[in-house]
Design a protein around this ligand. Structure first.
Ligand code: N01
Length: 584
């Protein structure tokens, strides 16, 4: 049983690495380790590869980073033989791409599908991870690599009377593979995050009537989806290597014309407007990078908020509905903005209704539908687009125990602590891909995945070359990294929103900004420096013998060039958070 996992031995020989998850991270990790001659296997809960794109099959699901950049760059032939059909590929095409990658590199023979890892205990004496699954399979491995995804576990949100509803209830993140036909139906949807904002226009076009239950509005920018513009494809295909290198050398891991010098507050209003209009017309996340101060200075942020509010008013015919759809409780960009196709205009349709759950709270489900404090809504089907237990959910649902049987849940009781978002003190030979404390969800995930996979693979080569048996983050380096993660985000407006980045969407979850906000480019530099300094901050052992036990983390990145007029705000926030000594 689970409690004895560390004390029994498996009937099979230990393998070099067990990878949990067969999304893009797990697939590339497997390919990479195989290439190094390691015996690696993957365990995947789903019946196929693709992770996010396997599970999230809701209508309208598509990527929000341009597909040219949201694809693997590690293999030139793979890169040259795949053609994306649109700027932002739909879920089905992304899943085909994942399947193609799996077939291209013959990955499936080492993936055990329909199997969930339930427990993994570190056996100190044997220097092995002893892993159990819900199928009763046991595997011993030297390295455990969690490629479990940042948004893979739906929140446990429930509503009184949910079970009494007589119609089907669909979760966007667990959509039926055969699809759903809403024709002629009265449909209700709860939530207005990215999943809802993508699915609402598609469901509205099919259903007889759609009722949208909104608690908090979000900012959404137009995708302007369509064929990949010729100029973009040319820029990319001229030299994909250089294009990808340039993408990885940015804060977000994709090309966004990020402006690090011009301040919205110090630019003439006409020029500000022209720049915002240009970026709005380009679409997607481009508006995020318009000015250097919008992520830091509330006055600058307000300029963009007002601009988007005006855009919402221009798209929604009823001013009261437009007002309801306009975010007021968080600065722009502090929750992940959405990228939509026709979202706001959908509220002009006669068959779509918006319900404000702040004004009329949801009381309960019943057999016919949903009752709010104001009235009853009858439905044939209901969709829950209620979000994820982000970043930690998939990890802390595994009974993970490190040195001395310490549980990850206890180690993370006050929020996830990692060193570089790659390893956890007291959990030797356990790596996380795009884990908390790494740039992950603030970036183009594929580029972040490639960086992590390659760093981990190099680390395992180094261990093996030197006959080292284990590597573990030191508690001191972990603490120093957590402090640096806080230093990176505190000067920004990001902590001001009740976002899933902060764990705020899950009752009882510790409030802590989980991803690293210092940018992928600087983060990569830090990881490379740490490796170059013989894995600074890590304890490396050969059996019982400690070979190297660096407890420090000194590889701080150069501070970004922040315009001087923003320094007073930054210093004030760092001082208030106790991250900078107060000056006399
Ligand atoms: O989830 P969310 P999501 N009663 O947490 C509401 C990525 N993604 O699945 O804000 C009523 O954003 C909740 O309301 P509130 C992307 O990173 C990417 O949409 O808590 N409502 C909110 O409106 C994204 O950020 C793409 O007041 C309740 C909604 O449910 C992340 O996944 C596409 C409620 C949840 O929104 C998560 O997006 C989709 C309750 N009890 C997702 N509980 C791409 O484009 C929750 N809500 C690639």
């Amino acid at each position: 049983m689970v409690n004895s996992a560390a004390h029994r031995s498996s009937d099979t020989q230990p393998i070099d690495a067990l990878i949990v998850g067969a999304g893009f991270a797990g697939m590339y990790m497997l390919h990479k380790l195989r290439g190094q001659g390691m015996n690696a296997k993957v365990v995947e809960a789903g019946s196929g590869v693709g992770g996010t794109w396997y599970w999230n099959r809701y209508p309208g699901a598509r990527v929000d980073i341009q597909s040219l950049e949201y694809s693997f760059g590690f293999d030139e032939r793979l890169e040259s033989e795949w053609r994306w059909s649109e700027r932002y590929a739909p879920q089905a095409e992304l899943l085909r791409y994942a399947e193609h990658v799996a077939d291209r590199f013959d990955l499936k023979r080492d993936i055990r599908f329909d199997t969930r890892v339930t427990a993994a205990h570190w056996d100190e004496a044997a220097q092995l991870w002893r892993v159990e699954t819900d199928r009763g399979a046991r595997t011993d491995c030297r390295h455990l690599i969690l490629a479990t995804g940042c948004l893979s576990i739906p929140t446990d949100v429930t509503f009184p009377g949910l079970d009494t509803f007589k119609g089907p209830i669909y979760r966007t993140s667990r959509w039926p593979h055969e699809g759903v036909d809403f024709s002629g139906q009265r449909v209700g949807i709860i939530g207005t995050g990215s999943s809802a904002i993508q699915s609402i226009p598609v469901i509205a076009a099919e259903a007889a009537h759609l009722t949208v239950f909104q608690r908090t509005p979000n900012y959404s920018m137009p995708a302007h989806n369509g064929p990949i513009p010729h100029a973009d494809f040319e820029a990319w295909s001229k030299d994909p290597r250089a294009y990808r290198a340039a993408s990885k050398d940015t804060g977000g891991g994709f090309q966004n014309e990020a402006n690090a010098t011009t301040l919205a507050t110090e630019t003439a209003p006409d020029a500000v407007r022209a720049e915002l209009e240009r970026r709005w017309a380009w679409g997607g996340f481009r508006i995020l990078g318009a000015f250097a101060d919008t992520g830091i200075d509330p006055a600058a942020n307000r300029i963009v908020q007002d601009f988007i509010a005006e855009k919402i008013r221009a798209q929604v015919a009823d001013p009261a509905v437009a007002d309801l759809l306009t975010p007021k409780d968080h600065p722009f960009g502090t929750k992940r903005p959405c990228v939509d196709t026709g979202y706001y205009a959908t509220f002009n349709r006669p068959n779509v209704e918006l319900v404000d759950l702040r004004a009329t709270p949801l009381k309960a489900f019943n057999a016919q539908g949903i009752a709010t404090s104001a009235r009853q809504y009858d439905f044939d089907a209901v969709v829950l687009a209620t979000g994820f237990d982000a970043m930690t959910g998939a990890i802390d649902r595994i009974d993970l125990r490190g040195v001395g049987g310490r549980r990850i849940k206890d180690h993370w009781a006050e929020g996830p602590r990692t060193y570089l978002g790659l390893m956890v003190a007291g959990f030797p030979n356990m790596f996380t891909i795009t884990g908390p404390g790494s740039p992950s969800v603030l970036t183009n995930m594929i580029n972040s995945i490639e960086q992590h996979v390659e760093w981990i693979a190099d680390c395992l080569v180094s261990l093996s070359r030197h006959q080292q048996t284990s590597i573990e983050a030191s508690a001191e380096a972990e603490a120093a990294w957590c402090r640096h993660v806080a230093e990176a985000v505190t000067p920004t407006l990001l902590p001001q929103a009740n976002s899933w980045y902060m764990g705020a969407n899950v009752p009882g979850k510790p409030r802590m900004f989980m991803p690293y906000a210092g940018g992928l480019h600087r983060y990569t530099e830090i990881c490379n420096q740490v490796a170059a300094k013989d894995y600074e901050g890590f304890i490396i052992r050969q059996g019982d013998r400690v070979l190297s036990d660096s407890h420090v983390f000194t590889s701080h990145p150069p501070m970004p060039d922040i315009p001087a007029s923003l320094w007073p705000i930054i210093i004030e926030r760092l001082t208030a958070a106790g991250l900078m000594p107060a000056t006399a």
